[in-house]
Design a protein around this ligand. Sequence first.
Ligand SMILES: [Fe+2]
Length: 156
Amino acid sequence: MKATECLNAEHGVFLTQLDYLEKMLNDKASIEAVRAVVLSIAAAVDKHRDFEEAFLYPAIQRYLGGNFPPVQIMEDEHRGIELCIKGVANGQNDTRELARNFIHILRQHIAKEINVLFPMAEQAIPAAELEQMACQCAERDAAHLPAQSGHGCCSN
Ligand SMILES: [Fe+2]
């Protein structure tokens, strides 16, 4: 498995969670419930973003140039997503609006990664490097796995 496939599997989960959050907003769920769901999604999005910024984006820049504009745009969007999450975490009055913003920005961002950035990455970065990177992605989650389960893709 390549790191891009590993990250895209996470994108799929995030999109399902965002659909659920949107339904809660449409059904007029309480602010407290909306906040809890946003922050729960955000905890996983934080780990995902950290991995992209530590491993995948630098590799894209190594092969396609240090100031490769799509990577800069993705990093700027990460900062926008963080601002929404901070607003929700701080209990701002416009939590519902921030939650809708969070849904909108994250959906757009994920669509760009799936359709534009990741295909570029798979063209530019050798498959073996993306496979090695997927092992680091699995190791990131090792603390949540049973000790003897191993990481499948990392056994060689
Ligand atoms: Fe992503």
